[in-house]
Design a binder for this molecule. Sequence first.
Ligand SMILES: [Zn+2]
Length: 256
Amino acid sequence: MIIVKSNSMICIITVLCLASLGFNYFYGDLDIEKMFFGKSMPTAQMSSPQIPEVEHHKQSVILKDLPELKLVNKSIRLDKEYEPIDLVPVKGVYLREMAASALVKMLYAAESEGINDLVAYSGYRSYATQSAVYYNKIASLRPKYGELAEVEAAKLVAPPGASEHQTGLAADLTLKAFLDYEYVLNYDFADTIQGHWLKKNAWKYGFILRYAEDKEGKTNISYEPWHFRYVGLEHAKTIYERNICLEEYIDQSTTE
Ligand SMILES: [Zn+2]
């Protein structure tokens, strides 16, 4: 009997330890999003996420490998064949399911606070589409820049495989009114109330302003006030609070 009791105690302690260390970290965010898909979520439930206290070495391995933290940039590119398996249509674009549900919640919250007229302009883009966008840009710059057209194009459009849009976790947001502009995604957005609201509140829904003005040297991408990347609630909160970019966040977690 004593042995049975001891085993039970060990079992209970183990379950409690696992729950405090890992369960919430791996699944909490995703479950919450599925539960609240398409509905508003009380702020109190969303405002206190925490990365659990885990050993740094373990944390770094986990962070780097988490699907929502998939890092794509000019140095780390995706294969031609890479296509997320859970793309869903949302607000006129396609995103991975976790990003789509978060976008719905974020835009709903914005509207409920009187921040209207936000639209999603682009979401998932395949390698082939990115390739077409990139080479079209080069062609359009050729008359002006000649042999330097490719260099100039790369400043404006990510080369195929280097676009975060291929992950299905990034969305470009703009105003309805801008849809008639020659440049739908433009810097005026940063000075709108919608742009301000997103910059300040996107993290509450798991998004980060991916290409911040003061991080151009780290991201190698020009400031884009319209480009929001889903990373999950707890990571977005930390990235926002520390004022770091995704490269720094992942880098810190693997080197600290
Ligand atoms: Zn974008």
